[in-house]
Structure formats: C-alpha cells, structure tokens
Design a binder for this molecule. Structure first.
Ligand SMILES: [Ca+2]
Ligand SMILES: [Ca+2]
Ligand SMILES: [Ca+2]
Ligand SMILES: [Ca+2]
Length: 579
C-alpha cells in the first residue's frame, strides 16, 4: 500500500486548488483547522510534550535601527502590550530592555535605548494571540546604522568566521547562547523563522546598495545553514518609504527587497523568503524611522506573514534534494496521522494532522531542486544573454570579459558558456581560500587544449586545468612553503593521467579533505596524494583562464555548471553529482 493515494483523498480531489490562491485558502480554512487541532489536543494531550522536553518555537530578529526600534514607548496608547508573560525574550548587549542581556526574560521593549521598542512587541503579542497553545521565544540582536554588505556579512559558509562582519558574529553568538540556554533549561527549541528589518545603510553605499538583493539572498541561505535550520522562513520588511538625500541607492535596495521574495520570479528570488510591505506605516518626523504605531503594525504584519510561508526543504521528506513523487508517497504513508515532520500546513506550526492542506503545500513545491547546505556557490550558466553569470544561490556572481557566448541549448544541465581561447573569461568576487581544510569544486567542460585553465584564483593558483603536456586534468593548488626552522619549499602540482581535452563532455573536480588532494574525472578518482596546508589566497575566481590571464591559458570550449562545496564530497556523492 506504500505511496498509494488514500481513498478519502480521492474523494477530496474534486476540490480545485489554485497555487496563487493558496494563502487566502489557508486563511479561510484556518478556523476549521483550529477546531481540528483543539480536538486533537483533547484526544492526545500526551502528544504535546515530547520526551526531549517542552517544545519552544523560536523566532530570530535582526537588522538595523528600525529593527532595534525607534518607536517611543510614551506614544503607545495602551501600555498593557509592553509585556506578555506568554512570550520569552533573549537579546544581545546591544539591546536595552531593563533586564540583563543574554538571559531569558519575558517579552518587553528591547531597543538600543530604554523608552523605545521595535517589532518585537507587535510580533510577540500577535503571535501569542494567534497561537495561545504554543510556547514562543524571541532572540534579538540589532544595531542602528549597520549594513548587510559588511557589518552583517555572513561569510561564505558557517565556519568562515574570519570573514564574518561584527554584527553577524554577535548575532550568531547571541542565537547560539540563547538556544543553548533553552536546552539547558530542559526545553526543546525549534527555530521557526527569522524577522529582518534592514537596508537603509546599504542604500548609502555605492558598493552594497546596487547588490542588496544578491547579498540578502545569500544572507538568508547562510543563516539557515548557520543554525542548521534549512526550513526556516525568512520574513523582512520594506525600508525607506521616503526618498532622503543621503540614501543614493534607495531604489536599488528597495528593488532588491522585492526581488528576494520567493514569488518575484527574479534570479534573487529565495525560497521561503517573504517581503512585507511597510511604506504605509506611520513614521517619526525624521521620515527614516518607523514610529510607535508603525512599529506595532510592522510586528503584527511579521506575525501574520508567518502564516504564508513554507520552505521547500520542509517537504523534501527523504532529503534527496528534490521535491517529487517519492515525497508525495511518503506523505501518503503518513496520511491522517499526526507526525509533525509531515504536518507542514497550515504554517507556521501545522495543525496536528496530515491531510489535503499539507498535500497542497507539497504540490506547490513539486519539482523544486533544493541545493544542499554545503553548496556555497553554483554557477549554472543557464542565462541566455547579458554580462553576468549568476551564482544561483546568491552573491558571488561572475562578470563576463572578452565576450564569451551563451549557449542555451548546448550545456549538460541547461545552457553552457562558450569560451574562445583568446580573451574570454569570467571574474567572480572572492569566495573561499584554498587553505580551507575541506572543500570541493566541480565543473563540466567540453573541448580545450593542453595548458588551458578552467578555473583559477586571481593572485593564486590554477585550481583546475589541462596539463600542458597531454591535456590531462591537473591542479596547481599545492602545499604552502614553510619558512624558518623547519623550512620546506612549496609542494608540486597534482597531475592525473586522464585526458580531458578530447572534445567530449567531462565532469572534472578537485576535492580537498583534511589530509589529501584528490582529482576526479567523470565521477572516478583520477589522482590523489597527501598534502599539508595548501597555499592561501583571497583573490576572486577566474573562470576560463589562468590566474595571471597569461596567453595560452585561455580555455577554448564549453564550460557548464560549476559548484563549490565547503566540505570534502564523498566518492558516493561525487558518483551521483550532476546526474
Ligand atoms: Ca525528495
Ligand atoms: Ca496539517
Ligand atoms: Ca573574445
Ligand atoms: Ca547549465
């Protein structure tokens, strides 16, 4: 019977569902669902308490001044909203709540200065009102005048702490200590979402303003990876309703915010990201900061937006990176049961039963591909025109030089990019340093000639190339020179005997694990040796030419689908990669 369509579902499929109406349908069904979940409570009270402890639903709050909060407490007509015994709060030392930082307390205003509040008040009260039977906890860190470009820079991967911006570092520390404290108190915390109100500072910066959407999309993915919360919805509010003179890049930041919403259709659209309109909120007289009434409303909008988002990975039940028929079958195996892993609707907490509403969420996400959390850059080369090769998962976009040609019909996975072997190449920002203990890089290529380079690092080594003798795969990523007492020279390159320039498609790759350098061709190990720390470099990547753009290093042929992972992929993973 596994995976068969249950008979009650067969009756229900007469109901016509429209993807675009799913939010409003969820809302109209809500009353029915609340009744249902109340019945479930009566029948199965024991199900509420898990062996691991009492479940706590955690929401993270971050951003700059409008998240910190410039709403004056004195302007609130009803002071009773300023506390709520049913909502827990934990905040960094940048927030002043009248209570010690980095300790759990109950909901209260927590802004940069006492007498002010941010979205935590409206959000906390509204979410507690919507879900009186849930235990809600908020963790907050926000600092005025901080940008996502540098202050909140999350680096390339969870261990990339040397590139964390100071606010991101404090945020990570605050969230980790808040979660650890809950666990120490016997709770079972689950991160249910992040609320973000930020962007004004980037709108003053010529480097960060124009790429705000790319940075935000990267940030969302990184926060999920950082806290091992791949299913975490990300909800963020609009900034800068009024054009102010210093905010030169206001339009780009605001457009970036629109682009990141999961339904935007833009390359920056990020699964499970929800844009919250805020242009109509009452502002303080500076026209920059949301006032008291506006902050209450912003928090309420954040709370209500949590009912509209399910991240695709939440319905990839077998965690194979795709939402497909197998996941539908698994849901049917749990049909009419209460397993929270399959009870994804209505968001944010489900309703205690796996039914048609949950199936609707799966159907909305059918055929989604979910990049693994260890993937930190993925250039698919599926563009058809333009001068940018987008990193599908945000930031690290490549810029075309020398006019390489898009080949939408000629790739292994979708389109590819054709390089002329003369002056074509791509340049990306810095992604990772090869001194990293473990990483993997893979690309599809077709063509080329001995001595030509597929991927290199500016000011550093050629990562993947065809050896100048016979066109066999080679890497120049090598052991660093050691100076001083135990001096040793830099190590040799690693050269395979597998020729990659025969005019056929090949999947080539390099894996660095804690001790070894390994080259792969078409899923098979082609060369391996042991190597101590590799030479470090923090240059951007060059795709299709050598690190110094030397003549003879320019690649002549097709390149498709380059991926960088922040771990050493296993032989099994490599065998199935790109299939
Ligand atoms: Ca799946
Ligand atoms: Ca459900
Ligand atoms: Ca050219
Ligand atoms: Ca492609």
């Amino acid at each position: 019977m596994k995976g068969q369509v249950p008979s009650d579902l067969q009756k229900e499929v007469g109901v016509r569902y429209n993807v675009h109406n799913r939010i409003s349908e969820c809302r109209t069904m809500k009353k029915r669902m609340i009744c249902l979940s109340l019945c479930m409570l009566c029948l199965f009270p024991a199900a509420l308490v898990r062996a691991a402890g009492v479940r706590v639903d955690v929401f993270l709050l971050g951003g700059q001044s409008n998240m910190a909060g410039r709403g004056a407490v004195s302007e609130l007509p009803d002071a009773s909203v300023l506390s709520n015994e049913n909502v827990m709060l934990y905040h960094s030392s940048s927030m002043n709540s009248g209570q010690p930082a980095n300790q759990w307390t109950t909901l209260r205003p927590a802004s940069s200065a006492s007498g002010y509040f941010g979205p935590e008040i409206g959000f906390g009260n509204r979410i507690a009102e919507l879900y009186p039977d849930r235990r809600i906890a908020l963790i907050k860190h926000a600092v005025g005048g901080t940008d996502i470009g540098a202050d909140w820079n999350p680096g390339a991967y969870p261990g990339d702490t040397s590139h964390f911006g100071p606010q991101y570092a404090t945020f990570v520390q605050t969230v980790n200590s808040g979660i650890a404290s809950l666990i120490a108190q016997g709770y079972d915390p689950v991160i249910r979402g992040m609320l973000w109100q930020q962007g004004e500072r980037d709108a003053r910066d010529s480097s960060y303003g124009p790429v705000y959407g790319r940075n935000l999309s990267h940030f969302i993915r990184r926060v999920r990876a950082q806290f091992n919360a791949p299913n975490m919805p990300f909800i963020y509010g609009q900034v800068l309703p009024v054009a102010l003179s210093a905010y030169t890049y206001r339009d780009q930041v605001r457009q970036g915010q629109l682009d990141v919403d999961e339904d935007s259709g833009h390359v920056s659209a990020t699964d499970g990201a929800r844009f919250v309109p805020a242009d109509d909120l009452p502002m303080n007289s500076d026209n920059l900061h949301v006032g008291a009434a506006g902050q209450m409303e912003l928090g309420i909008r954040f709370a209500e937006a949590t009912e509209t988002v399910v991240v695709a990975s939440a319905v990839d039940f077998n965690a194979d990176g795709f939402v497909d028929a197998e996941d539908v079958g698994l849901m049917f195996d749990h049909w009419r049961q209460g397993d929270p892993a399959y009870d994804v609707a209505p968001p944010p907490f489900g309703d205690g039963i796996v039914d048609f509403q949950d199936l609707l969420v799966v159907s909305v996400h059918l055929f989604f591909e979910i990049p693994p959390v260890d993937l930190i850059a993925w250039w698919r080369f599926d563009e058809t025109d333009g001068g940018i090769a987008y990193n599908t998962i945000g930031k690290f976009d490549g810029v075309l030089n020398g006019d390489p040609q898009w080949q939408p019909d000629d790739g292994v996975n979708g389109g590819a990019l054709s390089f002329d072997g003369t002056d074509d190449y791509l340049r990306t920002p810095f992604v990772i340093a090869p001194a990293l203990d473990s990483f993997s890089v893979f690309a599809w290529i077709k063509g080329g000639a001995p001595g030509q380079v597929i991927l290199s690092q500016e000011g550093g080594a050629n990562w993947l190339m065809a050896d100048s003798t016979d066109g066999a795969l080679r890497t120049d990523l090598k052991e660093a020179e050691v100076t001083g007492r135990n001096a040793s020279p830099a190590g040799p390159p690693l050269i395979s005997t597998t020729v990659i320039t025969d005019g056929h498609w090949h999947r080539i790759g390099f894996v660095r694990d804690a001790s070894d350098r390994i080259l792969y061709v078409d899923g098979v190990e082609a060369a391996r040796d042991t190597a101590a720390a590799l030479e470090s470099c923090e240059g951007g990547l060059t795709i299709g030419a050598g690190s110094a753009l030397e003549p003879g290093s320019f690649f002549s042929g097709l390149i498709d689908d380059i991926r960088i992972h922040d771990k050493a992929l296993s032989a099994e993973e490599i065998a199935t990669l790109g299939q």
